[in-house]
Design a protein around this ligand. Structure first.
Ligand SMILES: [Fe+2]
Length: 292
């Protein structure tokens, strides 16, 4: 898993410092800087694609805004957007539909009703697929809003590279602990239809291509930290809960979506109007967005 570790190599602080300066200079100053208006996500123009990529290169995420498209097949459109950005390997997930894209809406009954994503309750900080093994980690994440909640439902967002910088600037030992191969254990799940074994792995790892990858959840009951990583986990929690220039918040409206390299994110609580229920589509990919 560890190819050239570039700026993430703890024994080469000069490479880190020049990369850090570039990331700080590129950092958006507000969530509005992430927003790109597009005509149709299923058929981006070269300039729309370029505008999205420019933002993703700065902070690993962008928000698109589309005009209303009544009756449109949102899943097909989302797939086309992914393919246009090099995202083709959808992560299989027991609760996804057969095409690998998950509609997220409140379910009062059935298997989904037991899982927080299908309720109005908040979802705390995490990266998607934190329970996946490294080789099937989620690197690309698309969210598309067909219909927002009556109230609430914002996402808080933080680029994992921003969190890495805050941690390393506080103490590089925190990074070293989080890169250990036994830093975080996600216990297995043995519920019918959702079985998966425990996964043990690092929080931060460097992909063969040199990109930073992160697995994380703040849900204490979902994770066991190694003794060495526990102080770093506490530092992460504090940094996520404290307002900082790296933390953004946005409520996706109808026709808006997030295109990203799987940032840290939350879902704030919401109130649904059963007559116009909240509906988001989520697509998780094993690849990063090409060129970012
Ligand atoms: Fe998520």
């Amino acid at each position: 898993m560890a190819g050239n570790q570039g700026p993430y190599d703890l024994s080469h602080p000069s490479a880190y410092l020049s990369w850090r300066d570039a990331r700080l200079a590129a950092r958006p100053r507000s969530v509005e800087e992430l927003v790109v208006e597009v005509g149709d996500i299923a058929a981006l123009t070269p300039s729309e694609h370029g505008a999205l990529m420019a933002r993703i290169r700065r902070c690993n995420m962008a928000v698109y805004v589309e005009p209303p498209k009544p009756g449109r097949d949102h899943k097909a459109a989302l797939k086309a957007l992914g393919a246009c950005c090099g995202l083709t390997s959808l992560d299989a997930n027991a609760l996804a539909d057969e095409d690998g894209i998950t509609p997220l809406a409140v379910h009062k009954n059935g298997a989904r009703a037991r899982y927080i994503p299908y309720t109005e309750r908040p979802i705390t900080w995490h990266t998607d697929g934190y329970y996946n093994p490294f080789e099937r980690g989620v690197r690309g994440l698309l969210l598309h809003c067909a219909s927002p909640a009556a109230e609430g439902g914002a996402n808080r967002l933080m680029d994992i590279e921003g969190l890495y910088i805050m941690l390393r600037d506080e103490n590089p030992d925190l990074i070293a602990a989080l890169m250990q191969s036994d830093a975080m254990t996600i216990p297995g799940n043995d519920e019918d239809g959702l079985q998966r074994p425990a996964t043990i792995g690092p929080v931060f790892a460097v992909d063969v291509g040199g990109a930073l990858h992160m697995r994380y959840t703040a849900r204490a009951r979902n994770v066991v930290w190694s003794d060495a990583a526990a102080p770093a986990a506490a530092a992460i929690r504090r940094m996520l809960e404290t307002p900082s220039p790296w933390r953004f918040e946005h409520v996706l409206q109808a026709g808006q979506g997030l295109i990203s390299n799987n940032p840290l994110h939350t879902r704030e609580p919401f109130r649904d109007d059963p007559a116009f229920p909240r509906l988001l589509y989520r697509a998780r990919y094993h690849q990063r967005i090409t060129g970012t």
